[in-house]
Design a protein around this ligand. Structure first.
Ligand code: NAP
Length: 303
């Protein structure tokens, strides 16, 4: 029986585990077979405080992993396949093993959607990115494209316009999904222009992005556009599939949060991007992992 099982091993889950294990709580992290979260898919991270010259995403996660273990957390590198929050102790299943705990922290994150192109995967971290806040400074005064027509795409385009020389938003329709005020800000920004009714069919370049191949969704016409980076902003999927019918979810799949880290089930807490479609930053996730751990401690003292 664990005091707490933390599901997920990104910055939120590992920070929570550092706090709970240092507080003397018997802590299990169900880290997943592909552990470490979204930072494992990035290269340089320049905005996580404490690293004067930045740090590679995977290196940062490796450090957090070692720190969690040194503090006493137990990590298993398996996916949680099912949970049972209907009775206590709570149960978390990985394959054919069932683990029990007095509390659970859900920190399974959200996954950016990708187009599913081979060239996109190959050039990930070499000009293909899903985070302008993380990667815009690497493309100072360069030409970039943003793919998508929602709020995230407009925010990414506006953020990039402060750093790069030219932003082209490529959208598959001729109207945006983004809210009106973001649309207006993007339309009036001289650095941002739009390529309507178009999808990216290939990211061009051998070792780094050199352009994109486009297909017109109306005429079928093919074209090429040169650029130094491709920022995908086609939405996120919160990793909450196994929590359906277990916990209250928003229509979009994000976990409904009460009072910072609480879910609708007493004793089940949440941290990081799985409940946060707004900030989606590693440091914000780590902060919420800390809050969830402190709330777990308080909850256990009161029960
Ligand atoms: P979203 O609203 O789902 O928009 C995704 C965009 O990507 C849509 O324009 C969609 O095109 C396009 N798209 C999806 N799949 C595609 C594909 N395979 N190829 C090309 N284009 C594709 O996602 P989001 O912008 O990340 O926003 C998610 C949620 O967070 C929304 O509720 C949003 O309001 C909220 N959010 C709010 C803020 C804010 O309030 N400041 C900021 C960010 C996000 P179609 O339009 O044709 O479907």
């Amino acid at each position: 029986m664990y005091d707490v099982i933390i599901i997920g091993s990104g910055p939120a889950g590992l920070t929570a585990s550092i706090y709970t294990s240092r507080a003397g709580l018997k802590t299990l992290v169900v880290a997943g077979a592909t552990w470490g979260g979204q930072l494992m898919l990035t290269r340089e991270v320049e905005n996580f405080p404490g690293f004067e010259n930045g740090i590679l995403g995977p290196t940062l996660m490796e450090q957090m992993h070692k720190q969690a273990e040194r503090c006493g957390a137990e990590l298993i590198f398996e996916h949680a396949t099912a949970t049972n929050f209907k009775s206590k102790p709570f149960k978390v299943t990985t394959g054919n093993k069932v683990y029990e705990a007095k509390t659970v922290v859900i920190a399974t994150g959200a996954s950016a959607k990708w187009l599913g192109l081979e060239s996109e995967t190959r050039l990930r971290g070499r000009g293909v990115s899903v985070c302008a806040t993380c990667d815009a400074p690497f493309f100072r005064n360069k030409k970039v494209v943003v793919v998508g027509g929602g709020d995230t795409a407009m925010e990414e385009a506006l953020f990039l316009s402060n750093v790069v020389s030219d932003v082209k938003v490529i959208h598959r329709r001729d109207t945006l999904r983004a809210c009106k005020w973001l649309q207006e800000k993007a339309f009036e920004n001289p650095k941002i222009s739009f390529v309507w009714n178009s999808t990216v069919t290939e990211v061009l370049g051998k070792d780094r992005v050199e352009g994109v191949k486009l297909a017109n969704t109306v005429s079928g016409e093919q074209s090429r556009l040169s650029c130094d980076a491709v920022f995908l902003a086609i939405g996120y999927t919160p990793n909450t599939g196994i929590f359906k019918n277990q916990i209250e979810l928003e229509e979009t799949g994000y976990i409904v949060v009460h009072d910072e880290t609480r879910t609708n089930i007493e004793g089940v807490f949440v941290a990081g991007d799985v409940a946060d479609y707004r900030y989606r930053q590693a440091i914000a996730a780590a902060g919420s992992g800390c809050k969830a751990a402190l709330d777990v401690e308080k909850y256990l003292l009161s029960t």
